[in-house]
Write a protein that binds this ligand. Structure first.
Ligand SMILES: *[C@@H]1O[C@H](CO)[C@@H](O)[C@H](O)[C@H]1NC(C)=O
Ligand SMILES: *[C@@H]1O[C@H](CO)[C@@H](O)[C@H](O)[C@H]1NC(C)=O
Ligand SMILES: *[C@@H]1O[C@H](CO)[C@@H](O)[C@H](O)[C@H]1NC(C)=O
Ligand SMILES: *[C@@H]1O[C@H](CO)[C@@H](O)[C@H](O)[C@H]1NC(C)=O
Ligand SMILES: *[C@@H]1O[C@H](CO)[C@@H](O)[C@H](O)[C@H]1NC(C)=O
Length: 799
């Protein structure tokens, strides 16, 4: 007989557990006790501060990437105040943060990797608690603080939190990684904003052109402390001081070093959860260094925007901070190349001065710059008297301010001065400006040859007038066109964020694509996922249309999925321009890439030969594209099928990776980590994948290693000659062993035997060595030994 008490007991337990769940759903926890953890599974897995204004937990950057963060609960944008693992987000399912019994707090990724930890500070740690100030603290039983997030700020300072000798704020870029702007105490103990890039570092606040006395700062007060108080006043030991325009208690504030390098004090509007600015370091954004990158110029249109000098093109239209690159290379030496100058009025490039010539005429200045190989430009100032000439070895921090008494003359090959080149510029903005600027320069130069200063002044006036025209043209162009190549516009009042990304992605109808491709007549090729056709859109853009087969799922679902891929933009990834999802039709519209795929060149029978410098460029470009997919874009993407067929080449042999994101499309019905439906290609698949171990981004690193070897040797790796017994895999291992052995030998004859014989010895030895070295690392059998793609890019760049 069953004991009735037992049944009662069971029922009681059941009710309790049900109640328990209800409670967990409604009330938020305020502590994390020893031995407990937070994960992403439940939305309730969040710690709230007692007054509810701050939350702490795993914060979704996208559907798959999470950071361990503290954020403002009541802000509409859920602004982040602090992040533990800013540069290494974790994957959604399976990752969690735990307060261990030994007093350590550990964040683990889905595969168990420790991503961040506060290691055993003390066995006395009792709990983790979020305070009303937004400070996350680890305390003992008596409530004494043993560790606090306030001592480890990221890009934001909260009221009550102080900046000290050992702490600093570092800006966060739009993909939520730390970027180059820093707020810290400098060597003279002055609280400064600086732009710290690998190649360059300079301070831009307080005003670098004034001494500390004029800036009202006190040098060498070693206490080095700055703090924002609750009512909104900031004071620091170097006499830095500012006050919020809405000074007063009872307002939630944050002082954030934004991605554009500006330091802003924000206040939360309680009624709609939006932020407004109550103080900022710069109202004129062009005064911030590094905004437009190397060779770029910051202009007011009237919002701050970036442009490139004539002869230069933007590196990445979605990220102007990467700057502009020259369309030419300067070969130094007499008579090799005729160089001329493009004049840009009202413009200065801060820093990089190699020489200053006082009271020089414009002609003298030009001669001096022409004679010097390191001189890439000079700034000629007519005011204050005497005339000065500043020779520049690099173009950083370019800025055009109406009224600035100087002209920058940028050195370019003479061919760039002629008008026949005017069409080469691809951006309407650059086009208009550069066109006018060249006119300007030609006029100034011609007049100056006569040697009369008066003419020069007149031409200067004319230049002002022309630039005015340029500004008006650009302004008009900005107002009439929302989407532009100059898509990065920094606007102080733009609270949505500082990057306006041009969204070129759109939906096509099947009819439209049928017409564009002439009813799918011109097939460019076919791959595993379907055939590709050439097409011409009604606006005359040439595109490649891919007809997908075997894609399940509904129309809307497919479009959403693809729009994620459509948002990805990188020079080394094929741009997805649109999608069509109608009935059973699933099509993708890509940009058309002129030169076809890499395999045609490497193994094709077409008799086309890839020169060495192209091969090297392809290696670096593919590495950058993959690094972007793996680490930089918002939804991490593993390509899963890196091979020469999926590497397209544009007319300048810049590689563009295609077919990324397919792995994701194919497995979207499955659970997150199941990649079984996705297949790689024989010869490019990493060993752990063949043996059905979990797939990580390291499978792409492996495939990339194979592609590197193929670039060097010019034939397929799985067709390696096998001596006698053994398969291609062991032949590959032998080859790697041989490379490892031979690297130590200074005599490099072995390289000649390895490199594609069709090159006839026309290659760069150190580059071959580097590629082989990287390939060997990428092809490590143990995936943990392989470098990440960002490491690979670093290896190529820091050669
Ligand atoms: C993150 O989650 C919130 C609510 O859970 C949702 O509203 C938001 O759209 C998500 N954000 C992203 C980028 O997925
Ligand atoms: C400190 O700053 C205040 C206001 O910004 C200024 O009036 C004062 O002269 C400064 N003190 C020194 C020593 O520079
Ligand atoms: C240094 O700064 C602190 C405030 O942070 C102040 O109390 C102290 O008087 C300053 N020392 C000097 C020598 O100015
Ligand atoms: C806060 O938002 C409300 C509603 O949008 C607006 O009317 C009010 O002016 C805002 N307050 C401040 C201080 O900006
Ligand atoms: C420049 O473009 C115009 C119109 O787009 C064209 O007529 C002209 O031939 C082009 N010039 C050169 C040199 O390409």
């Amino acid at each position: 007989m069953v004991n009735p008490f037992f049944i009662l007991h069971l029922t009681f337990l059941l009710i309790c557990s049900l109640l328990d769940e209800r409670v967990a759903e409604i009330a938020h926890v305020t502590y994390l006790h020893r031995g407990s953890s937070l994960s992403v599974k439940q939305a309730s897995d969040v710690i709230r501060s007692p007054d509810g204004s701050f939350s702490f937990g795993l914060y979704n950057l996208s559907s798959t990437a999470f950071t361990l963060s503290i954020w403002f609960t009541n802000a509409a944008d859920r602004a982040i105040a602090w992040t533990a693992n800013r540069d290494r987000p974790v994957h959604g399912s399976g990752s969690k943060v735990t307060l261990n019994k030994d007093g350590s707090m550990v964040l683990r990724d889905y595969d168990g990797t420790v991503v961040w930890e506060v290691s055993k500070i003390s066995a006395k740690v009792d709990r983790v608690e979020l305070m009303d100030t937004g400070n996350l603290v680890m305390v003992d039983q008596g409530g004494n603080i043993l560790w606090q997030s306030f001592e480890h700020p990221t890009d934001t300072l909260l009221p009550g939190q102080s900046l000290t000798a050992t702490t600093k704020l570092v800006s966060t870029n739009p993909s939520h990684r730390s970027s180059y702007y820093t707020l810290r105490f400098d060597e003279q103990y002055i609280l400064s904003l600086s732009y710290d890039e690998p190649h360059m570092s300079n301070l831009y606040w307080p005003n670098p052109d004034q001494n500390s006395w004029s800036n009202k700062r006190i040098l060498y007060n070693s206490s080095r402390r700055g703090v924002l108080d609750k009512p909104g006043q900031f004071e620091a030991s170097d006499n830095t001081s500012f006050i919020a325009s809405d000074w007063g208690l009872d307002i939630k504030r944050r002082l954030t070093l934004d991605y554009d390098g500006n330091l802003r004090l924000y206040s939360l509007n309680k009624s709609d959860g939006s932020w407004y600015i109550s103080w900022m370091a710069f109202s004129q954004l062009c005064d911030i260094h590094g905004l437009c990158g190397c060779n770029g110029i910051c202009v007011y249109t009237p919002a701050a925007a970036c442009t490139c000098p004539r002869g230069y093109v933007v590196m990445d239209p979605n990220d102007w901070s990467k700057g502009c690159k020259p369309q030419f290379s300067i070969t130094c030496g007499k008579g090799v190349q005729q160089m001329g100058f493009v004049g840009i009025p009202w413009t200065d490039f801060w820093g990089s001065d190699t020489n200053f010539v006082m009271s020089a005429s414009l002609d003298t200045c030009r001669e001096v710059c022409l004679a010097s190989c390191s001189c890439v430009a000079f700034v000629y100032k007519v005011y204050p008297h005497p005339h000065g000439c500043y020779l520049k070895s690099g173009l950083f921090n370019g800025k055009t301010t109406p009224g600035y008494p100087g002209v920058t003359y940028v050195k370019v090959p003479e061919s760039f001065l002629s008008h026949s080149q005017a069409n080469s510029s691809d951006s309407a903005h650059g086009h208009v400006c550069n066109e006018l600027r060249t006119h300007t320069f030609n006029y100034a130069a011609r007049v100056d040859e006569k040697g009369t200063a008066w003419y020069y002044y007149y031409s200067f006036l004319a230049a002002f007038f022309l630039v005015e025209l340029c500004f008006i043209a650009v302004g008009w162009w900005f107002m009439t066109r929302k989407q532009s190549v100059c898509s990065v516009i920094w606007a102080a009042k733009d609270e949505e964020g500082f990057r306006v990304v041009a969204d070129h992605f759109r939906s096509f109808t099947h009819k439209e694509l049928q017409k564009a491709t002439n009813n799918f007549m011109d097939e460019l090729g076919h791959g595993r996922h379907g055939s590709v056709y050439k097409g011409i859109l009604h606006d005359n853009r040439v595109v490649a249309v891919k007809k997908l087969k075997d894609m399940k799922g509904g129309e809307a679902e497919f479009e959403t999925e693809v729009s994620v891929i459509g948002r990805i933009y990188h020079m080394n990834l094929v741009r997805v321009m649109g999608v069509c999802s109608e009935g059973t039709h699933r099509l993708l519209v890509y940009e058309f890439v002129e030169n076809g795929s890499l395999d045609m060149f490497l193994f094709g029978s077409k008799g086309l030969l890839l020169q060495w410098h192209h091969r090297y460029k392809i290696a670096v470009g593919v590495a950058k594209g993959l690094a972007y997919l793996h680490h930089e874009c918002m939804d991490w993407i593993i390509h899963c099928d890196v091979k020469p067929e999926n590497i397209l080449l544009d007319e300048e042999f810049e590689p563009k990776i295609s077919d990324f994101g397919f792995a994701k499309l194919l497995q979207r019905d499955e659970s997150d980590s199941d990649m079984s439906k996705v297949r790689g290609t024989r010869g490019y698949m990493a060993p752990e994948w063949v043996s059905s171990a979990p797939v990580t981004e390291k499978v792409d690193v492996y495939s990339f290693g194979v592609v590197l070897l193929e670039l060097v040797m010019g034939h397929r790796m799985f067709e390696l000659p096998t001596n006698g017994s053994g398969d291609a895999e062991s032949a590959l291992r032998q080859l790697l062993l041989m490379i490892g052995e031979n690297k130590k030998i200074s005599d490099g004859n072995w390289i000649d035997d390895l490199v594609d014989p069709r090159l006839n010895g026309d290659f760069v030895r150190p580059e071959v060595l580097l590629m082989l070295e990287v390939a060997a690392l990428c092809l490590e059998q143990d995936k943990n030994q392989r470098p990440s793609m960002s490491d690979v890019v670093q290896k190529f760049l820091c050669r």
